[in-house]
Design a protein around this ligand. Structure first.
Ligand SMILES: CSC[C@H]1O[C@H](OP(=O)(O)O)[C@H](O)[C@@H]1O
Ligand SMILES: Nc1ncnc2[nH]cnc12
Length: 257
């Protein structure tokens, strides 16, 4: 049973040669694609491409609940979310990696929870990301000599459109990076007591710099930097301890009404 799951974002539709592909049915429908099981440097890992194998799910239609449920059902305890993001700051440059530490939710109409009643839960989201995995992946990226930011606030917009210049100027006041998929993915993982880490690759300067971002730019820059994500995963995954000492599962202790 894989204890580690990877959700690949734009430009990341596979990370290993799968030994097995499992079609999982969940109470929330099917995941974005059958779950691939394989190995990263000898560690068993599950993989789902967030937008589907052929990028057929836009960010507001990704079956987030089915993806997280499927990984949980397969025994995954730790989720690594790979994302492409825009930069809202000069010093966060295209090609840099960010190990996100906070998010701000500007999405509008998604399925945000597994607890729609009669079971009611209010999960703490003060520190949304797994401290153990954040440390491992930051140190790994640093050792690999990649430009990496230890922290960054990710503002998640509804999409699928990009922001206006006015929106981007507002987001720049309080966030470092911008994307369309972190919420509700991280929230749902925490609702099931799973660890979640976000490894974000910066692909553009959104729309506040001279040339406004477009989708082709995101995919091109992601392709150019894909090797960084692969190397970080290869070197970082074997460093993840078997037993969790991070306390991510403890958020469930006092969450239920
Ligand atoms: C392809 S451009 C916009 C698209 O890219 C990002 O996807 P992901 O977070 O899955 O890497 C962004 O959030 C949008 O969904
Ligand atoms: N500028 C941007 N806005 C929203 N999502 C993105 N994904 C990559 N770049 C983005």
């Amino acid at each position: 049973m894989p204890k580690i799951g990877i959700i690949g974002g734009s430009g990341v539709y596979g990370v290993f040669e799968p030994k097995e592909t499992i079609k999982v049915h969940t109470p929330y429908g099917r995941p974005s694609a059958p779950v691939e099981i394989g190995e990263v440097e000898g560690v068993e890992v599950a993989f789902i491409p967030r937008h589907g194998k052929n990028h057929e799910f836009p960010p507001h239609e990704v079956p987030y609940r089915a993806n997280i449920w499927a990984l949980h059902e397969l025994g995954v305890e730790r989720v690594i979310g790979i994302t492409a993001v825009g930069s809202l700051r000069e010093e966060y440059k295209p090609g840099d990696i960010v190990i996100t530490d906070q998010f701000i939710d500007f999405t509008k109409k998604r399925e945000y929870t597994f607890y729609n009643g009669p079971r009611v839960a209010h999960i703490s989201m003060a520190d949304p990301f797994c401290p153990e995995m954040r440390k491992i992946f930051y140190e790994t990226a640093k050792e690999l000599n990649f430009e990496v930011h230890e922290k960054g606030t990710y503002v998640c917009i509804e999409g699928p459109r990009f922001s206006t210049r006015a929106e981007s100027a507002m987001f720049r006041q309080f966030a470092h990076i911008i994307g369309m998929t972190l919420v509700p993915e991280v929230v749902l993982a925490r609702e099931l007591g799973m660890c979640y880490v976000n490894i974000a690759t910066i692909t553009d300067y959104d729309v506040w710099a001279d040339k406004p971002v477009d989708a082709q730019e995101v995919l091109r820059v992601m392709k150019e930097n894909n090797y960084k994500v692969q190397e970080i995963l290869k070197k970082g995954i074997p460093r993840i301890p078997e037993e969790r000492k991070c306390g991510c599962a403890d958020v469930l202790k006092n969450a239920f009404v």
